[in-house]
Design a protein around this ligand. Structure first.
Ligand SMILES: Cc1ncc(COP(=O)(O)O)c(C=O)c1O
Length: 401
């Protein structure tokens, strides 16, 4: 649309947002599709599977259920059934007791919750520690609060686990919030309880709010070591809050459903922000989420097997091209250094790959300062499409070393 120029400027906090790296990627994809080119998008982490039938049935059931009216406004803090289901799930999954009434909060996806939490805790100029590479939405949400971002590196050598020693003392002293995400997007890094113990102790020492994002907790591939919750650590409830999502584990990304768990005060603060912004999520989706948490967990078992298989298949395909990449141990991504001949120019690399093959990867620099020189491959294509990806990459004139 090329209408007249809008006369009213937006707020500085929006005008000052840096350009979104992925906007260029989306534009590239749009132009190629408009030109009728074959495109395989392995950039976004959007599950290609569907939510299972029992979850769909639960939603459908509420639409026609005459015993209550899911069509009207709900309550700000969500349906009691959903909050009970969250508490029960924490009990079975992590052995953690949670009060459904005061320590849980349904969210319209965890992205919404994370952004509203920042609004609840970050004043303009406050410091938030966001280790990177990371889920890029953390940056945008922090910038919209006009917060100062400190970005320590998560390195391959340390398995992408944060080294607390790398945080300068003056940053630690003034920080208000630290964001951790394990299993980790984009690297697939995982952490253990000993790490969470360290994190809780560090946050207690420095009076920092520990935000634990466990959106991929059900996508850890080691059946003997399922990813932990920060609340398995004693003393976490006084400093931490945790965010969970049904987007990836249950193929419900478009449904927009997640939840927060934490001590009564942090949950009340988040609820207070939200009550001024939204009206909780659709009742039908909340009842579907109850089914997701309390019904069969087969979808999580299936997704773990699926993404593990695809990770191995994709890594083997890349290896056959001459590009060695690590096989992920969790999540739905491969995180790999770009071929050495490209230096650190991940954006140049993905652009060339796309122009020559139609295969779209995510540039590592879109995930923060320390993502530079890497790319993320989302495992959102089935075996047939992975085979096609490899065919396209093989016939393209690209150097893989
Ligand atoms: C680490 C991480 N946290 C949170 C989210 C947001 O998930 P949701 O769909 O629940 O908003 C994502 C989505 O990709 C993610 O990768």
């Amino acid at each position: 649309m090329n209408g007249p120029e809008f006369l009213i400027p937006c707020a500085d906090r929006v005008a000052n947002l840096p350009p979104y790296v992925f906007a260029t990627v989306f534009r590239m994809k749009g132009q190629a599709l408009a030109a009728g080119r074959e495109v395989i998008d392995l950039g976004v982490g959007n599950p290609d599977g569907r939510a299972p039938a029992n979850i769909i049935a639960a939603l459908n059931g509420t639409l026609t259920d005459e015993s209550w009216n899911c069509h009207g406004y709900g309550t700000f803090n969500g349906r009691p059934e959903f909050r009970e289901a969250i508490a029960a799930w924490y009990g079975t999954r992590f052995g953690v007791e949670v009060d459904p009434e005061t320590e849980t909060l349904p969210l319209i996806g965890s992205k919404e919750g994370l952004a509203n939490l920042m609004r609840g805790y970050l004043n303009s100029g406050d410091t938030v520690i966001i280790p990177s590479p990371c889920y890029p939405a953390y940056f945008g949400a922090a910038r919209l609060c006009e917060a100062e971002i400190h970005e320590p590196a998560l390195t391959e050598e340390l398995g992408f686990v944060l080294d607390f020693e790398s945080i300068p003392a003056q940053v630690a002293d003034r920080a208000r919030m630290l964001i951790l995400n394990y299993p980790h997007n984009p690297t697939g890094g995982i952490c253990d309880l000993a790490f969470y113990k360290k994190a809780v102790a560090w946050c207690r020492d420095h009076q920092v709010l520990l935000v634990s994002d466990i959106a991929y907790s059900e996508l850890g591939f080691d059946p003997h070591n399922p990813p932990p919750s920060v609340f398995q650590v004693e003393g976490a409830r006084e400093v931490a809050v945790e965010f969970q999502s049904l987007s990836k584990s249950h193929n419900m990304a478009g449904w927009r459903v997640g939840f927060a768990v934490g001590g009564a005060e942090v949950i009340a603060t988040l609820g207070r922000v939200k009550s001024n912004v939204d009206f909780s999520l659709f009742g039908g989706i909340q009842m579907a989420a109850v089914e997701a948490l309390t019904g069969s967990q087969k979808i999580c078992v299936d997704n773990r097997a699926l993404y593990q298989h695809r990770g191995e298949l994709m890594a083997a395909g890349y290896a056959a091209l001459g590009w060695t990449v690590p096989v992920p141990r969790a999540t739905m991504y491969i995180w790999s250094r770009i071929p050495a001949s490209r230096g650190d120019d991940d954006f140049g690399f993905i652009t060339e790959v796309f122009e020559k093959s139609g295969v779209l990867l995510s540039p590592g620099s879109g995930f923060g300062l320390h993502g530079r020189g890497y790319v993320r491959t989302s495992l959102v294509a089935d075996d047939t499409r992975i085979a096609r990806v490899m065919e396209l990459l093989k016939t393209a004139d690209l150097a893989w070393e």
